[in-house]
Design a protein around this ligand. Structure first.
Ligand code: NAX
Length: 331
């Protein structure tokens, strides 16, 4: 039998947590044969709810679920964790400005980054979901200088999946036939959903759109629909995306730990390395392929002038966010 993997989840009593934990315990993220120990963190006032979720997990009798730990102490939650899903974040309250939200969350992610640095497994893989996800991931990474920066990522997979579905719906084609989508940049309204490299059964999606006289759809409908999808879900449901966010977190870690599909790529926000003219110093959505626990940014894609402008707009926003939290970044 394989050794269990310790998976820590912050904000585990929240709505994404409730949609995430059962998927992980069922083996959707790391495989049915991989035992897991769930180390669940939430605030003191959420502990009764968290214990209720733990009871429900026990009641599922998942074969791969070896243990559930509930705590309000990040030191306990992160100890020896090999996978950490940082979902817990301060929600935006009424009248709160974006910059205040960034600052409030910055404090949480700097403290949790420091604790990860002290107690997590040295090869821990971190996915930040809590918003502003890219900047929170940067803060956690900067406060964990003993851990490899490449192991800090933020979630763009939901945006990626949203983009694929919009194309599949437009073309009336199966989801699994749409490959090589990417959403560049920040998980925010400045993100750049880019279908110019996307393929359908070996043909460029853009050529199929052109053939139907639908080129205008890309800038006029596709990009804004994907960019604003989170707000549309809030408008319809009265709550932010939870099951789809959890599904994306499962897929992000699954592909990173195991592998992405052959002849395709996925979007992950990872520390920029200068690729595509995005200088080091931000966590940015790139197309990546994953093998054996490592990701690689896909190189050599041709970017149009307009595409590059979209990329830089999102980069500029990340620099502005970084400026707001620079006191939390250490060096
Ligand atoms: P909820 O408010 O339902 O749950 C958040 C949980 O985090 C709560 O139980 C709260 O007590 C806990 N929490 C707050 N501060 C904490 C701390 N310092 N340590 C541990 N736990 C803490 O929010 P939910 O809908 O689950 O969303 C969580 C985060 O995901 C939000 O920041 C949200 O904006 C973000 N999202 C990110 C997405 C992405 O694609 N990156 C999409 C979905 C979602 O909007």
């Amino acid at each position: 039998m394989k050794a269990p993997i310790r998976v820590a989840i912050t904000g585990a009593a929240g709505q994404i947590g409730y949609n995430l934990l059962f998927r992980i315990a069922n083996g959707d993220m790391l495989g049915r044969e991989q035992p897991v120990i769930l180390q669940l963190l939430d605030l003191p006032q959420a502990q009764p709810a968290l214990r209720g979720v733990a009871m429900e997990l026990e009641d599922c009798a998942f074969p791969a679920l070896q243990q559930v730990i509930t705590t309000d102490d990040p030191r306990i939650a992160f100890r020896d964790a090999e996978v950490v899903l940082m979902v817990g974040a301060r929600p935006r309250s009424k009248g709160m400005e974006r910059k205040d939200l960034i600052a409030a969350n910055g404090v949480i992610f700097s403290e949790q980054g420091r604790i990860l640095n002290e107690v997590a497994a040295r090869h821990v893989k971190v996915l930040v979901v809590g918003n502003p996800a890219n900047t929170n991931a940067l803060i956690a990474m900067k406060n964990a200088p003993d851990l490899a920066p490449c192991n800090f990522t933020a979630m763009m997979r939901l945006d990626h999946n949203r983009a694929i579905t919009q194309v599949a719906l437009k073309l009336f084609q199966p989801i699994q036939d749409i490959k090589k989508m990417v959403v560049w940049g920040n998980h925010s309204g400045t993100q750049y959903p880019d279908l110019s490299h996307a393929e359908i059964r070996g043909r460029k999606v853009i050529d199929v759109l052109r053939q139907n006289g639908w080129e205008g759809w890309v800038e006029n409908e596709f990009i804004p629909t994907v960019q604003k999808r989170g707000a549309a879900v809030i408008e319809a449901r009265g709550l932010s995306s939870a099951a789809s966010a959890a599904n994306s977190a499962v897929a992000h870690i699954h592909d990173w730990m195991l592998h992405s599909h052959h002849n395709d790529w996925v979007t992950m926000s990872v520390p920029s390395d200068g690729s595509y003219g995005i200088p080091e110093g931000v966590i940015y959505g790139f197309p990546v392929t994953c093998r054996n626990g490592h990701y690689q940014i896909v190189q050599g894609l041709e970017i149009s002038e307009l595409g590059h402008k979209h990329q830089l707009d999102s980069h500029r926003e990340l620099l502005e966010e970084r400026e707001l939290v620079k006191h939390l970044l250490g060096n």
